[in-house]
Ligand binder design. Structure first.
Ligand code: P6P
Length: 339
């Protein structure tokens, strides 16, 4: 039988990558793993909601059934609060920063930005959904967490990852020393190392974009889509179009198989739809660590200086060569460089 390495064992083994580590980040990552298992249990029951009661109703245990994204948010904030290593959480579900000012946490070292359950509208149709998280070290020294603590460039992340609740549940993360994937074994309730040292193929045959917005895309994006559709066997074109409509699922497929995901600016979302702090930055950190690339069409995502907690950005992410070609089209066909 091959050696099974659990997430907890792996985190401890790799703690030596950081000579001054005293275990806080290790404990924080384990806190996230615990919350992921709790959320996974509820996500897997989602199909039974008619039996267990619609959100807002009282279920057979006498509990109020919550919308899953609200439930997921509560579980991640509770796990991070209980763990004592996080001083604040920036969440897609909370308009303002959530300060964790318990005696232990208020001077904790880390801030977590999280999208607790991205794509939750897909739950009703059994499409894979995900949690995305990003971890920063606070720059202020104790007390109330300040704006400069969470509005840091993506390059300052100390760790980032996602959980995909799909045909199996996986946790994928990086601390800047490569990307590793863990698959949940429900029989033992542990995330087990299944995808060590993940690498994104330099190029691929899949492009992923919601072409329903085509008429409102920038010209550079329209021209890139046409490039993807041209017959050219030498470059394996035309590419296949795959769009799940769940960011983590589209991203995970491209990380494994190669490909590009694009959510550009559109009429409805002139700055793009996806959020910088808790969707684009963590996925950009992961894809770069796996040898891929992430851009807003003109600039490296990780270099963008955030100005607000829920700030949006256009996103071009996946195989490095494909993102580079898309950027070339954006440069060539977009009249005004990125402001
Ligand atoms: P559209 C889900 O709502 C989400 O935030 C991402 O998971 C997904 O990639 C995107 O929006 C889909 O957006 O406009 O194509 O439906």
């Amino acid at each position: 039988m091959n050696k099974v390495t659990t997430l907890g064992q792996f985190i401890i083994e790799r703690q030596s990558d950081f000579p001054y580590a005293k275990g806080e980040l290790s404990r924080l990552l384990r806190d996230i793993g615990i919350a992921a298992k709790i959320v996974n249990r509820e996500v897997n029951k989602a199909g039974l909601v008619d039996i267990l009661g619609e959100h807002g109703s009282i279920n057979i245990q006498g509990e109020t059934v919550k919308k899953l994204d609200v439930y997921a948010n509560e579980q991640f904030i509770a796990a991070l609060s209980a763990g004592g290593e996080t001083c604040a959480v920036a969440s897609e579900e909370n308009e303002e920063l959530v300060q964790i000012d318990t005696a232990v946490s208020k001077n904790a070292k880390y801030i977590v930005c999280v999208d607790p359950l991205d794509g939750s509208s897909n739950i009703d149709v059994n499409v894979a959904i995900g949690t995305i998280f990003s971890i920063y070290r606070r720059t202020s020294f104790g007390g109330t967490v300040e704006e400069k603590d969470y509005l840091q460039r993506g390059t300052e992340q100390v760790a980032a990852g996602y959980i995909i609740y799909g045909s199996s549940t996986m946790l994928v993360y990086t601390t800047g020393k490569g990307v590793n994937g863990f698959t949940l074994d429900p029989s033992i309730g542990e995330f087990c190392l299944s995808h060590p040292n993940m690498k994104c193929p330099k190029s691929g045959k899949i492009y992923s974009i919601n072409e329903g917005n085509y008429v409102h895309f920038p010209d550079g994006v329209k021209q890139f889509i046409k490039y993807c559709q041209v017959e050219d066997s030498a470059s394996s074109r035309p590419y296949s179009s795959r769009y799940i409509g769940s960011l983590v699922a589209d991203f995970h497929r491209n990380l494994l198989k190669g490909g590009i995901f694009v959510y550009p600016s559109t009429l409805k979302s002139p700055k793009g739809k996806l959020r910088l702090l808790y969707e684009c930055n963590p996925l950009a950190f992961i894809i770069e660590q796996a040898g891929g690339k992430a851009s807003d069409g003109f600039r490296r995502i990780l270099d963008v200086q955030p100005s607000s907690l829920h700030q949006r950005t256009p996103l071009f992410i996946g195989s490095a060569d494909m993102v580079t070609v898309a950027e070339e089209y954006m440069m060539r066909y977009s009249s005004v460089e990125a402001s």
